[in-house]
Design a binder for this molecule. Structure first.
Ligand SMILES: [Zn+2]
Ligand SMILES: [Zn+2]
Length: 393
């Protein structure tokens, strides 16, 4: 008889790592961290060997821009907000095995190693691209440093790397009416620069074969991923003219760093190693080489988790691909239909009971306390309603 424990012989759970900038809103938690936390506790009830990995996404233009606004270096800024976020999640009682940082030494090292494997396997190509440059600020403007109108949906504040409204992955020169996100001016010049690309067209066959096998994915994830494959993938630029990030370990490219979407998903792996280095788990490789990997995320993270991250791993010839994925509306349901009957019913029942036993309202209160600490300003006490005492405060 197959039992839940045997069905899930080892499980690795990740929830999308939140950007370190600012303090997260409730949707961020409900969309990915909470369902991942529930799943992790559910597996714990059954005694399944599992880990729950999350942390902060600390590189990239979003963080550089936010640090600039607060007058801090990106290092100081990331450190400050990592502390704040970690404290909030602690107050919420999330049961992370490890809550790490994408700026860790392990992540720098593993990202560089994976890149060198991809390069050796022939999946990295160089090309000259046009990079926007702000004549006023005298700096290159990758990704979020440049904004403009989305060529697909017409949203007027689409970023240079992705439209937040329709999730389309973009290149800066595709934006209409581009403007600098630092000085808001339209004094933009497009300059030629040599950059490195992940050669996605070479990986299309492997990706399709792998995605076809993921019949447990929610329909919207599968359809989105297969849709992109159908339109044909283009080589994806993985380097940026920035200083804050993982350095490119290749001669002639040392002045560049990796695009944040290269090192952010790899951080799931390096945070597992961090957990091991901190003595929290006994082994770390088995959670990626011999484990079912379940990734929880919001809708706009689908392209990178279903195409880019698997492509990086495939290009490095690593057979450690996520087997489960959750997104959008369906993200709040845990899909257990692959469990054999009658365990499906038992699992379903246990899970429901577990969700019910979570003191959600108490958690909301903790969240409010956390937010108050994090933003440094106390919320106004609600006015006391007539006929009610004000002792609750
Ligand atoms: Zn759009
Ligand atoms: Zn500017």
């Amino acid at each position: 008889m197959v039992t839940v424990e045997k069905f899930f012989h080892r499980v690795t759970i990740t929830s999308a790592i939140p950007y370190v900038n600012g303090v997260k809103h409730l949707g961020n938690i409900v969309g990915s961290i909470l369902p991942a936390d529930i799943f992790h506790r559910f597996l714990d009830i059954f005694g399944v060997d599992n880990i729950f990995i999350c942390g902060t996404d600390e590189h990239g233009t979003a963080v550089e821009l936010a640090a600039l606004e607060e007058g801090l270096t990106p290092e100081r800024y990331a450190e400050k907000y990592y502390g704040i976020q970690k404290e909030i999640y602690k107050k919420w009682g999330f049961d992370f095995t490890f809550f790490g940082r994408s700026s860790s030494q392990n992540n720098h090292q593993i990202t560089q190693e994976l890149f060198l494997s991809s390069l050796e396997n022939g999946y990295i190509k160089e090309d000259t691209i046009i990079v926007p440059f702000c004549k006023h600020d005298k700096r290159f403007l990758p990704d979020r440093y440049i904004i403009g109108t989305c060529p697909v949906c017409g949203y007027d504040s689409a970023r240079g790397d992705q439209c937040e409204k329709c999730s389309t992955i973009l290149d800066p020169e595709q934006l209409q009416n581009p403007r600098c996100n630092v000085c808001k001016r339209q004094e933009i010049e497009f300059r030629k620069e040599k950059h490195l690309f992940l050669n996605l067209p070479l990986l299309e066959g492997k990706l399709k074969k792998w995605i076809d096998k993921q019949d447990q994915w929610p329909d919207n994830t599968r359809n989105l991923a297969l849709g992109w494959l159908k339109t044909g993938l283009k080589p994806r630029c993985i380097t940026r003219n920035l200083k804050w990030g993982v350095k490119v370990p290749l001669k002639g490219y040392e002045h560049l760093i990796f695009y944040v979407w290269m090192d952010a998903p790899i951080a799931y792996i390096s945070m597992t190693k961090d957990a091991y280095d901190n003595g929290i788990i006994k082994d770390w490789k088995s959670y990626w080489k011999d484990s079912r990997i379940y990734q929880f995320m919001g809708k706009d993270n689908i392209p990178f988790h279903s195409i880019v991250f698997p492509a990086i791993l495939l290009s490095a010839l690593l057979e450690i691909l996520p087997v489960f994925d959750t997104s959008g509306k369906q993200g709040q349901q845990l899909r257990l239909e692959r469990l054999p009957e009658p365990h499906k019913q038992r699992a379903d029942r246990e899970l429901r009971q577990f969700v019910l036993s979570c003191d959600v309202f108490h958690r909301k209160e903790l969240w409010r306390q956390g937010s108050r600490t994090a933003t440094g300003r106390a919320r106004k006490k609600p006015p006391v309603e007539p006929g009610k005492d004000n002792k609750q405060g």
